[in-house]
Design a protein around this ligand. Structure first.
Ligand code: UTP
Length: 301
């Protein structure tokens, strides 16, 4: 069975980002930069590469920064033009290719990721779509993670969820899936549990913030009650679809994922992108070495 290619991507960005307070008091987590691009830009680029032409941002009423970022900035453009800063002008002039449109939907209350996805129902309609959590940043030299997943989803005609192996003691920070085994990078999911204790986890395969979902997820979300933390959990809705026989594959994408929702993840991503950067690689390496030397940090601490 093959299904329609995904065209629409949902970016739930209405969370409070409490782990990055005080910065996130005024700057949304998705606007934190890795080098010179905010996290949201990396996720948007990945969605466009996967073939998406409609980007749906689920925001809250306090977050204007994301919408402003993708909007025109007339005054800034004029200033750059007058100053002859043409490279920078190009960077701010066309944040998105001309065939791509943006839609902003307000999540009235932060009732969880599942609820945020449900807010996209009217815009998505009756077709498969992607969900990307921008704080999961996936670094890759080849095809992006979502492109790999979208190709796979088209082949199987079902949902696809990005997964990666995590140490068993970390299962309680993730959604964990159980599969019937893997063929290549994909394995059919039999069950999915949100944040299980290590001793209860059915595997160590953790869900990462990239999903290709069938439109049936909206009905499942509507009948999902509030779960852990009083929030409507996306995992619970997917679990209920699995229980009624829906096909979802877990997909081990090529690429390295950085959890930029945590301090260390943001630092790791910055180091990786700097060391892989055309101009910054050498100065970044020298500066890291200098810091290690000056602080007396050695292999054995
Ligand atoms: P997180 O669990 O990372 O929560 O949400 P958070 O609020 O962003 O960050 P912390 O934990 O307080 O630091 C996962 C994703 O779901 C979105 C978030 O914006 C993030 O992309 N989300 C979460 C919503 O859009 N709405 C919600 O009600 C909750």
């Amino acid at each position: 069975m093959t299904s329609k290619r995904i065209r629409k991507a949902v970016f739930p960005v209405a969370g409070l980002g409490t782990r990055f307070l005080p910065a996130t008091k005024t700057v949304p987590k998705e606007m934190l930069p890795i080098i010179d691009k905010p996290l949201i830009q990396y996720a948007v680029d990945e969605a466009i590469e996967a073939g998406c032409d409609t980007l749906v941002f689920i925001t809250n009423r306090y977050k204007h920064a994301v919408a402003d970022y993708f909007d025109k900035a007339y005054e800034l453009e004029q200033k750059l033009e007058r100053a002859g800063k043409l490279v920078q002008l190009e960077q701010v002039r066309n944040p998105l290719p001309s065939h791509v449109r943006t839609v902003f939907v307000t999540q009235q209350e932060a009732l969880g990721l599942g609820h945020a996805v449900l807010c996209a129902k009217e815009v998505i309609g009756d077709e498969p779509f992607a969900v990307l959590l921008p704080d999961d940043l996936i670094w890759n030299r080849g095809e992006g993670a979502l492109k790999q997943m979208a190709d796979h989803a088209e082949r199987i005609g079902g949902g696809v969820i990005a997964v990666q192996d995590v140490p068993r003691e970390k299962t309680s920070s993730y959604g964990i899936v159980a599969t019937r085994g893997f063929e290549g990078r994909a394995g059919r999911i039999e069950a999915m549990v949100e944040k299980p204790a290590p001793e209860d986890a059915p595997s160590t395969l953790a869900v990462v913030g990239r999903y290709v979902l069938p439109p049936g997820i909206f009905g499942a979300l509507e009948s999902t009650g509030r779960g852990a933390g009083g929030e409507i959990q996306l995992t619970d809705a997917i679990a209920s679809m699995l229980a009624s026989g829906s096909h979802y594959d877990a997909y081990r994408f090529r690429g390295t994922r950085f959890d930029c929702g945590t301090h260390i993840g943001l630092i790791e991503a910055t180091i990786r992108f700097a060391l892989d950067h055309e101009k910054l690689s050498e100065p970044a390496r020298i500066s890291m070495q200098k810091a290690l030397d000056e602080l007396g940090v050695t292999d054995n601490g």
